[in-house]
Design a protein. Structure first.
Length: 435
């Protein structure tokens, strides 16, 4: 809620994602009266997000890319709570942000408690600390639009309740529950559908590996998760179309709006060529300045090459910070050591040298964690491939995909590695004392 560990700078904490959150703020201020209670976007697009609106509709337009469940919930809360108590929209928004931050913390705390029960206290403590200094988790945590709890809840649900040996009735209830969570998430936006689906697969794979399941059981779990996610997605689309019909008047027009937005996020990338260069410069100014002397980014940007834009976008994603260390190093080294590239390299080295540090009692568990982390990384990459246009524009936002659940499982592994080093040190120290 207060960014007490300094995961992001105060400026980033107060200003991050305000443009997306403005969609909710506008809807709450106008009490859902405009455009059949859709999310509201200000026009022109460069308007200040907090600019007051008279809710006449003259300076607002509907944001029809999703059903907007989060906006409807927050608007309903305002109507039920704030209006009768004469609480201003601004004060209500602050309270909603605080409540959202609290719910995000609770969901992530459930993950830490799961780590404690399955892996041990050392890994759970390190995982909790890593989460507290994770820029994207802190940045997203209180944001009304991104609804962090619903991003992470499917992972928590599968980790706690998935059991391939459960009775038929319990199994059916489990899959219905997962479908319901994914359905609610997709009603808040179709972003990250592939990542969220694969996230559930990664969580189920951990349980299956720990139980030494067969390849066939793994494949059945993958197929079932895919079917459940697909059903949730289709139901969300139907719900979205039905809600849009009240505004558009026809199903054909509603479907057309959704399809157009889907194309913009996936294949229509030509108009977004400049964004990767701007993202890289904004994220890593020192790195940009140094590499620019070799690459000449201006020339590449003017060439309009989608290949170069993709390469620059990937370098931006590789340099996104997984954690924010409390100790600062000279630039650009500080950027590199906190980056996804460094984090992934550390995990890769740990995997290569696993026979040197993994204790026998943790062998199967470490393998399961590495498998889940690898599957989670595939989920991260899947969105960058499927939603290519979206990945060119929104590198600063898509960084949250690193944690769903690649980085989270990576935190557990680093905790186990630290515990192993500590145990080795103690044994060595005791041996020296004996001698």
């Amino acid at each position: 809620m207060f960014n007490v560990f300094g995961a992001v700078t105060p400026e980033e904490f107060t200003q991050n994602y305000k443009d997306s959150e403005a969609l909710i703020v506008n809807q709450v201020r106008c009490e859902g009266r405009l455009f059949s209670n859709q999310l509201l976007e200000q026009k022109p697009s460069h308007a200040v997000p907090e600019a007051p609106s008279d809710c006449s509709g003259a300076d607002l337009k509907p944001y029809s890319s999703q059903f907007g469940l989060q906006g409807k919930i927050y608007t309903a809360g305002y109507d039920l709570i704030s209006k009768p108590l004469h609480i201003s929209p601004a004060a209500y928004i602050v309270g909603a942000q605080a409540l959202t931050a609290l719910m995000s913390a609770v969901v992530l705390a459930l993950f830490v408690l799961w780590v404690r029960s399955r892996v041990g206290s050392v890994s759970s403590i390190s995982t909790g600390l890593f989460i507290a200094i994770s820029p994207m988790l802190v940045g997203f945590g209180r944001n009304l639009y991104w609804a962090m709890p619903l991003l992470v809840l499917p992972l928590i649900y599968v980790l706690y309740f998935y059991n391939q040996k459960a009775s038929k009735n319990r199994t059916i209830i489990f899959w219905i529950g997962l479908g319901a969570l994914l359905y609610l998430r997709y009603l808040c936006g179709y972003e990250y559908i592939t990542t969220l689906t694969i996230m559930a697969v990664a969580a189920a794979s951990y349980s299956l590996f720990m139980r030494r399941a067969t390849l066939g059981q793994h494949l059945r779990a993958v197929l079932t998760v895919g079917l459940v996610s697909g059903a949730a997605f289709c139901l969300a689309i139907v719900t979205h179309v039905a809600s849009l019909n009240a505004y558009t008047g026809t199903t054909d027009r509603s479907v057309e709006i959704i399809m157009q937005r889907a194309k913009e996020r996936t294949i229509n990338s030509e108009e977004y060529i400049k964004y990767p260069y701007l993202n890289l410069k904004g994220l890593a100014a020192s790195h940009y300045a140094i590499t620019d002397t070799y690459v000449d980014y201006e020339e590449r940007m003017e060439s309009g090459s989608t290949v170069w834009a993709g390469m620059v976008a990937l370098s931006t994603y590789a340099l996104l910070p997984v954690i924010h260390m409390p100790v600062s190093f000279p630039s650009p080294f500080n950027l590199y050591i906190q980056s996804l590239l460094a984090f992934g390299s550390i995990l890769l080295l740990m995997y290569i040298r696993r026979d040197k540090w993994v204790e026998k009692r943790h062998t199967n568990q470490v393998r399961a964690l590495f498998l889940s982390a690898f599957i989670g990384f595939l989920g991260y990459a899947s969105w960058l491939v499927m939603a290519y246009s979206h990945s060119l524009v929104h590198a600063h936002i898509n960084g949250v995909l690193m944690y769903l659940p690649f980085a989270l499982f990576g935190y557990i592994l680093i905790g186990l590695y630290a515990e192993s080093l500590y145990n080795s040190f103690i044994k060595k120290h005791k041996k020296n004392e004996t001698i």
